[in-house]
Design a protein around this ligand. Sequence first.
Ligand SMILES: [Zn+2]
Length: 212
Amino acid sequence: MFARLLAIVCLLCVSTSSGRAASLPRVETTLAVHLQANAAFSPEIRNQMKMELDSILEPAAIRIFWLDAQESRDFRSMRVELKGSCGVPNHADGHAVLGAIPASALASTSVYKDSILPSSWVNCDTLNRLLLSSIALQPKWIRDYAYGRAMARVLAHEIYHILAQTQVHTSTGVAKESVSAADLVSSRFVFNSEAIIGLRSHNRVLLGAAKN
Ligand SMILES: [Zn+2]
């Protein structure tokens, strides 16, 4: 367990330093997100989720703007509901999910005919059970860090469906069909080039439409 703890701590260091060193590309699209969560949603998890999501979407030139409650802005927007209690308590036990599971078991996005609607939900109970064996025995700051990062990756998957307007998955990366706990807590799990191209292409369509 100590080895695993040490590994996660070291991964934190690599992730933090590389993120700060990266140069920021030009922001082309802003996506406003209404996040609906219960009062128990940890600020530490929330902050980590936001930072990781910014990092994942940066190569696609997409910036997230977080909205409170019913606040509305003149941005393209989506709504996300966090269902259940999001977080893994210390020494929690329960029925852990082992191996890879369909991303659709963790989160889903509404579809109407051929359109992907900007309304998603995350099933935190399933996410808790998937991450249970990886983080339940870790200190709180590591559990919060890992959980927030995992949530960001799950949410990025749904954002891909919405912005690229596709139900098709990629073979690797955040937009693939099934994910494991290892994917969600690893030091690096991002969109592959195919997904980035899909997101960037859609950005150009949006920008072109806005100019007309
Ligand atoms: Zn999917």
